[in-house]
Design a protein around this ligand. Structure first.
Ligand SMILES: NC(=O)c1ccc[n+]([C@@H]2O[C@H](COP(=O)([O-])OP(=O)(O)OC[C@H]3O[C@@H](n4cnc5c(N)ncnc54)[C@H](O)[C@@H]3O)[C@@H](O)[C@H]2O)c1
Length: 255
């Protein structure tokens, strides 16, 4: 492996599963000291143990916990070079605007968007002192296009992440802090595969829109995160980095 993150201190939220877990593994393979953050202690601890990293239990939607998280990382490791704000939810109660209640709306916005605001707010101070840092915020391809199979709160939450990221990237560009948004297409995480195994028509309805004809793998997203985290992307900030098998570029797809 290339070792593009040798001795860098990298925080990953939502480290226990899916894209977060794949990124923990990739960051470690690139030489980083990985801080694995999750609300699920069992999954987070497992991830950290696998890469000889550190686990921090934290609800990223809670300001005190987030502040303590980053202060603690800097206290113990001396710095924070990379922060991947990836934790997110997409609960079944979030559906069409006609069905989705205010409770689900507020919960999704809180976990998906407010958490990114809090993580950025509390890591940027440390990065300013260092004069360097790379932040990657997870948005989604649904922040860029509309879906008739709506999850209205999720879509709005990711639009918020995208706009916030752009603004932060611009504001801190001259201080050595890069802030980029990652827009993954649909990724075959265990949850998604389970859902689609039970309902193949639902999977087919989505797959027809993917030029590559398949869902992404978490490792393919992690590779993009490693690029954004490393100095290989040193001239990139305030960008939306799309890794989606071609969905956002498609009008019709191959048969
Ligand atoms: N899977 C996809 O198809 C896809 C596509 C585009 C974007 N995304 C985004 O990528 C990110 C990761 O998705 P995934 O599919 O790997 O999800 P996942 O459900 O597999 O993992 C999410 C992790 O976040 C943790 N988490 C949830 N709420 C938390 C909180 N409040 N505080 C701390 N940790 C919390 C969970 O415990 C879990 O370990 C999410 O932001 C998601 O919206 C996913």
């Amino acid at each position: 492996m290339q070792g593009r993150l040798t001795d860098r201190v990298a925080v990953v939220t939502g480290a226990g599963s899916g894209i977060g877990l794949a990124t923990v593994r990739r960051f470690a393979a690139e030489g980083a000291r990985v801080v694995c953050v999750d609300i699920d202690a069992e999954a987070g601890e497992r991830a950290a143990a696998e890469v000889a990293g550190e686990f921090v239990a934290c609800d990223v939607a809670d300001e005190t916990s987030v502040r303590d998280l980053f202060d603690g990382v800097v206290e113990r490791h001396g710095r924070v070079d990379v922060s991947f704000h990836n934790a997110g939810i997409s609960p079944p109660e979030d559906d069409s605007i006609l069905e989705t209640g205010l409770d689900a709306w507020e919960r999704v916005l809180r976990v998906n968007t407010t958490s990114v605001y809090l993580c950025c707010k509390h890591v940027i101070g440390h990065m300013r002192r260092q004069g360097k840092g790379s932040i990657i915020n997870t948005a989604s391809f649904v922040a860029l296009m509309g879906a008739a199979t709506s999850q209205i709160a999720y879509t709005a939450s990711k639009g918020g992440v995208l706009a916030m990221t752009r603004e932060l990237g611009v504001q801190f560009a001259r201080e050595g802090i890069r802030v980029n948004a990652l827009c993954p297409g649909p990724v075959a995480t265990p949850l998604l595969l389970e859902l689609f195994a039970a309902d193949p028509e639902r999977a087919a309805r989505r797959l027809v829109h993917v030029p590559m004809g398949r869902f992404g793998r978490p490792e393919e997203i992690a590779a993009a995160v490693a690029f954004l985290a490393s100095d290989d992307s040193s001239f990139m900030t305030a960008a939306q980095f799309v890794v989606d098998g071609g969905i956002t570029g498609a009008y019709v797809t191959p048969l």
